[in-house]
Design a protein around this ligand. Structure first.
Ligand code: URP
Ligand code: ZN
Ligand code: ZN
Ligand code: ZN
Length: 485
């Protein structure tokens, strides 16, 4: 059996920092200890060896707003590996009326070129008996334990409260976790129409139509509905204090609620939408929009204090040409930004290097926490014997300026263009295979495999036990008068 040893590095996990070598055999970690010998060596001198990043929120080759996102499972997973991310979780989106199993086949067909491991969330885009029944098959037979709900995109992906409540109750029965895009889609639609009627048709109107209150209200509503349904809930792309506040308050009450800020919201602000260059502003149109520095401070604080758990990208990249569909009507600008390649370097530079996050917190929010939430820990997100050798040898002295010209992503710009980052992978390993070496791509098309995720995490089990214990019960009364007396 061939053996690879990562030598002379400092291992950094979510809870420990220590010096040791790592032996890899058959794509998994087989030994951790000092002075390992007997195998091909990768030199990690001066580097931190960490679990590879897991991005729980990507949209590769996604049909959306009349087009397809430009990065597919080839360029998207290459971008991921280049930046130290070794697993992505994408979204299968059934059309209204379409079987979830058909949608899953369609999404499976996109993945043959994936260079790193991947998994899927299944979206609930409509409701009916078929959806209710298929949810069980998706969970039991297809290895998917998460269901996504869009409270925005009225007339397209949006579901209403009774659909969400029905689906959340089904999630509770199945031990699955609902995910929510939390924005009040009815309010957004009205605000968009008003802005357009007033002649406000540029990309800045996208931000005006989706203020933090729209997100805070929906987050709060989703959390309360989840509590009534008896399931945990995960709020994707938490961008503002209003939403974070709802999550924080719920967690303080003991509710099982998770929040996911994006690296874009942590590091870019709303001033981008006021750029005089239409293309510049439109390239940054995504939902929710970028916010002010005050909101950014809230998100950073949430990561440090533990009220927010994971940093994702929501990678959904559109070319400038695709964005121009919305010239003269901001509602038609395809929503989405890239970030897969830049998530870890940006978070390290703006988080760890500034002292906002410790190295261990960095590992927690980029990998370990989501591995636990998605029920794939310690196969993923860990440096332990038996875990997949999805690893990054992180060189804190390796830097670069982010440019579209040098990125793996297929689009013609980068929202982080010109940012100087310090901290990059010396090596990225996907199940033991070296995919990046000193900045050179060595990834293998088709190396990526689907990662099945079983239901019933420990928090979901605990919550269902508590809900059963505190469920409404009929009061058996005494002293009832005999009828007719
Ligand atoms: O604007 C965004 N976020 N586009 C991707 C789809 C979504 O809402 O996550
Ligand atoms: Zn309804
Ligand atoms: Zn979304
Ligand atoms: Zn998304």
């Amino acid at each position: 059996m061939t053996s690879t040893i990562i030598k002379n590095g400092t291992i950094v996990t979510a809870d420990l920092t220590y010096k040791a070598d790592i032996r890899i055999e058959d794509g998994v970690i087989s030994e951790i200890g000092p002075n390992l010998t007997g195998g091909a060596e990768l030199d990690a001198t001066g580097c931190y060896v960490m679990p590879g990043g897991i991005d729980p929120h990507t949209h590769l080759e996604m049909p959306f707003m009349g087009t397809y996102s430009a990065d597919d499972f080839d360029s998207g997973t290459r971008a991921a590996l280049a930046g130290g991310t070794t697993m992505v979780v994408d979204f299968a989106l059934p059309n209204p009326g379409q079987s979830m199993l058909d949608a899953l086949t369609m999404w499976d067909n996109k993945t043959s070129r994936a260079a790193c491991d991947y998994s899927f969330h299944m979206a609930i885009t409509w409701w009916g008996e078929q959806v209710f029944n298929e949810m069980e098959t998706i969970v039991r037979d297809k290895g998917i334990n998460t269901f996504k709900h869009f409270m925005a995109y009225k007339g397209a992906l949006m579901v209403d409260d009774d659909e969400m409540f029905s689906s959340f109750q089904r999630c509770a029965e199945l031990g699955a976790l609902p995910l929510v895009h939390a924005e009040n889609g009815d309010v957004v639609a009205q605000m968009q129409a008003k802005l357009m009627a007033e002649g406000n048709d540029g990309p800045e109107a996208h931000a005006y139509s989706r203020p933090p209150e729209v997100e805070g209200e929906a987050t709060n509503r989703a959390i309360m509905i989840a509590d009534m349904a008896g399931c945990p809930v995960y709020i994707v792309h938490t961008s503002c204090e209003q939403s974070h506040e709802a999550i924080r308050r719920a967690r303080q009450k003991g509710m099982r609620v998770y929040g996911e800020p994006l690296v874009q919201h942590l590091t870019l602000d709303e001033s981008e939408y006021f750029n005089k260059d239409w293309d510049h502003a439109a390239r940054r149109v995504m939902s929710p929009p970028f916010r002010s520095k005050t909101h950014q401070d809230s998100l950073w604080a949430g990561l440090a204090s533990g009220s927010l758990q994971c940093v994702a990208t929501d990678h959904c990249a559109f070319t400038t040409q695709q964005k121009r569909t919305g010239l003269g009507d901001f509602r038609k600008i395809p929503n989405g930004t890239g970030g897969l390649e830049d998530r870890l370097p940006m978070l390290w530079t703006y988080g760890v290097s500034t002292g906002r996050l410790t190295m261990n917190e960095f590992v927690a929010v980029t990998s370990t926490n989501i591995a636990k939430i998605l029920n794939i820990y310690p196969k993923k997100g860990a440096i332990l014997v038996g875990a997949d050798a999805d690893l990054i040898v992180w060189d804190p002295k390796r830097g670069k300026m982010i440019t579209a010209a040098s990125q793996q992503s297929a689009i013609d710009y980068n929202v982080f263009e010109g940012k100087q980052v310090m901290g990059l992978p010396r090596f990225t390993l996907t199940r033991g295979q070296v995919a990046v070496e000193e900045g050179a791509m060595k990834s293998q098309e088709g190396h990526g495999r689907f990662v099945p995720r079983p239901p019933l995490t420990a928090p979901a089990k605990a919550l269902s036990t508590w809900k059963a214990l505190t469920a409404p019960r009929k009061v058996e009364r005494t002293g009832i008068p005999v009828s007719g007396v």
